[in-house]
Design a protein around this ligand. Structure first.
Ligand code: SAM
Length: 242
């Protein structure tokens, strides 16, 4: 099984901005989502973005005046974030998000784990532990935002082939292979080269988390939870520390 970090380093990171429609589209999409969230933030508040990628949410938050710590295991995506973020107050950290507490130097007002990042964690116990640790770091009124795809109900047969994006030079298709607690996501990439079409395939594992399960975990860690429709077919949970 390819690890998540390997899958991003060798397969997804070089095409990740393209997958989302290019830098302008993805930052606009992130900006719309941050505006919809309407987080209770003041200028200069600290926000942690766990699995920040190229900064889809970190950049709009920093533009709104937050000081953002963006953590990700993909060095290539963090380089893209630094390029797109320019001089914005974003501290980029190349590390496992599970080590986020070692990078907390000031109490954060919000912690984000968005864009289906939480399903990349190895198992449910790790998810519970992340939620518990987020609740420890946040003050009363602080917000933990999780957005993810609900894979709890399996797609069947041909529905498991998902066209992600295509243009004249590239076609990306996903194939989902369901297991009881997880799914294996196969990313099939066709790229035009001077020698003709080249096909590359890589896979990684994601957790099948249901909104109900995550809501219950957040509540038992002391959050009050709002569940809403997120961007691009995701579920968004906005959990406030009580
Ligand atoms: C689906 S992308 C979402 C990126 C970003 N949050 C967004 O909404 O565009 C998942 C990101 O999480 C990162 N990631 C996955 N597991 C991680 C881990 N354990 N620690 C740090 N980053 C991780 C990946 O490198 C990737 O950038």
């Amino acid at each position: 099984m390819t690890t998540v970090a390997e899958h991003y380093a060798n397969h997804l990171a070089p095409i990740y901005l393209w997958m989302g429609g290019g830098p302008v589209v993805v930052i606009e999409t992130g900006t719309t989502e941050i505006e919809a969230l309407n987080l209770p933030l003041k200028d200069g508040d600290v926000v942690l973005d766990l699995g920040a990628g190229f900064g889809m949410h970190a950049i709009p938050l920093a533009r709104r005046g937050a000081r953002v710590t963006a953590i990700d295991t993909s060095a290539e995506l963090l380089r893209a974030l630094e390029r797109l973020g320019g001089n914005l107050p974003i501290q980029v950290i190349n590390d496992d998000l599970l080590a986020f507490q070692s990078h907390v130097t000031e109490t954060p007002s919000a912690i984000l784990c968005m864009g289906d990042t939480i399903t990349h964690l190895p198992d449910r116990n790790t998810v519970e532990s992340l939620i518990e640790r987020a609740s420890v770091e946040l003050p009363s009124g602080g917000v933990f935002v999780v957005s993810f795809r609900d894979y709890s109900v399996p797609l069947l047969e041909d529905q498991r082939f998902i066209p992600v994006r295509s243009d004249d030079d590239r076609i990306l298709t996903c194939f989902l292979e369901y297991q009881p607690e997880a799914l294996v996501v196969h990313d099939i990439l066709h790229q035009r080269t001077p020698e003709g079409w080249q096909t590359r395939v890589s896979h990684y594992r994601k957790l099948r988390l249901s909104p109900e399960h995550l809501i219950a975990s957040l509540q038992s860690s002391g959050f009050s939870v709002r569940c809403e429709r997120g961007m691009r077919g995701m579920v968004r949970l906005v959990a406030q520390s009580v």
